[in-house]
Write a protein that binds this ligand. Structure first.
Ligand SMILES: [Zn+2]
Length: 190
């Protein structure tokens, strides 16, 4: 079973020596691929120097640990791109796969997520692995392969999620509007 959307948090202590990370300490993350499922481990520099030659993992990167870890403020109901992406990933509804992917791409352009690796599996499936710049979380997002003919529809659904109070555009969705809608500010579709 291929793993679908997932968010893996940065550990609070080193996987090797179990010492808690200190503020501003450099950490090293290793992602291992275990028959389609990712295992995340975080190490201090001492343990990583020992681990890397033995098992560099499927993908690895390093960052700086911050205390307190920046966590999304769940008390404030603010519909941001990131909040919506997290909610949809938690729900894990396969019919939302295209929207999840577009939201992740938007967050990458907003420099919230950093692409770590694009994985092409032998069966043609593709997954993108992102690191969250602030929290150090790993975001695993399957690429649904949105065709050019679907892109505008998906983008409109995304814009509606981001601005649900915006008045609906005149005309039905089935027929193209007389005037093309303005390009989304994020510049998708190029
Ligand atoms: Zn360690």
């Amino acid at each position: 079973m291929i793993q679908e959307w997932d968010i893996k948090p940065l550990a609070k202590s080193c996987t090797g020596c179990t010492k808690a990370f200190e503020d501003r300490q450099e950490y090293y993350t290793r992602l291992s691929d275990q028959s389609g499922n990712y295992q995340r481990s975080d190490f201090c520099s001492t343990c990583w120097a020992r681990e890397e030659p033995v098992d560099p993992g499927y993908s690895n990167w390093n960052g700086v640990f911050r205390i307190p870890p920046a966590e999304p403020d769940r008390k404030v109901r603010k519909e941001t791109t990131e909040t919506i992406l997290r909610e949809l990933m938690e729900q894990g509804d396969p019919s939302r796969g295209e929207i999840i992917y577009i939201l992740a791409v938007m967050l990458e352009r907003q420099r919230v997520l950093v692409e770590q690796k694009v994985e092409d599996r032998p069966d043609g499936a593709r997954r993108v692995i992102y690191a969250h710049r602030k929290t150090g979380e790993t975001f695993i997002v399957p690429d649904p392969g949105i065709g050019a003919e679907r892109l505008e529809t998906v983008q409109q659904e995304v814009m509606h999620l981001l601005a649900p109070d915006a008045p609906p555009r005149p005309g039905s969705i089935a027929e193209p509007p007389a005037n093309p809608p303005p390009e989304p500010t994020d510049g998708l579709g190029s």
